[in-house]
Write a protein that binds this ligand. Structure first.
Ligand code: IMP
Length: 184
């Protein structure tokens, strides 16, 4: 479905499907140039990164491997707890690998900061990050993000993999959720 289908739950549409497609293609050209002949291991963080992983990986014109990790830092609420728990670990040994973490959104940056440390401790040769969205005003840690699709305001957004209470993931664009929907 599109943001039009949930218009009454949104205050505004931030990113259209067309803008996402165009930006992912630009990021892909840059990522290809960076990796050259090496085959990166793309690691998607479930469940939010499913859409960006599917579209970014298909846009890439280099061979990649893919793996998934599930962590929890939000629960069912709309505020970051900062506590990261592994719900599903990787199947791949990271020793000597060039890892590209594929994220839907970097909000406080706490989850990613924890993941970066965790992957480096497993012996990855390099760990880079590609995220579709970033909320610069919400970041609580200093993080070097290698590829960022769009910087967005510090608001709670849904769509394109991003949820509120597991809803709205299948919306093709990204919009700001009305505070009344989450009781704000
Ligand atoms: P962090 O605050 O950067 O650690 O973000 C952790 C996770 O919270 C992200 O990977 C998303 O799954 C989720 N998240 C952060 N901001 C939003 C939002 O605006 N909408 C939906 N999920 C979000």
């Amino acid at each position: 479905m599109d943001t039009n289908d949930i218009a009454s739950d949104l205050t505004e549409v931030l990113v259209t499907p067309e803008a996402i497609k165009g930006r992912l293609a630009e990021m892909a050209r840059d990522i290809e140039a960076h990796y050259g002949d090496t085959t990166p291991l793309l690691v998607g963080v479930l469940k939010g990164a499913v859409m960006v992983m599917a579209d970014l990986s298909r846009e890439l014109k280099i061979p990649v491997e893919m793996d998934w990790m599930a962590v929890s830092s939000y629960g069912n609420d709309h505020k970051s707890s900062g506590v990261v728990q592994i719900l599903k670990d990787l199947d791949t040994d990271l020793e000597g690998r060039d890892v590209l973490i594929v994220e839907d959104i970097v909000d406080t940056g706490l989850t990613l900061s924890w993941l970066l440390g965790n992957f480096e401790s497993r012996g990855a040769k390099s760990v880079k990050v590609a995220t579709l969205l970033r909320k610069p005003e919400a970041m609580q840690v200093e993080l070097d993000l290698d590829w960022v699709g769009f910087d967005i305001p510090n608001a709670f957004v849904v769509g394109y993999g991003l949820d509120y209470a597991n809803k709205y993931r299948n919306v093709s664009g990204v919009g700001v959720l009305k505070p009344s929907v989450y009781g704000g």
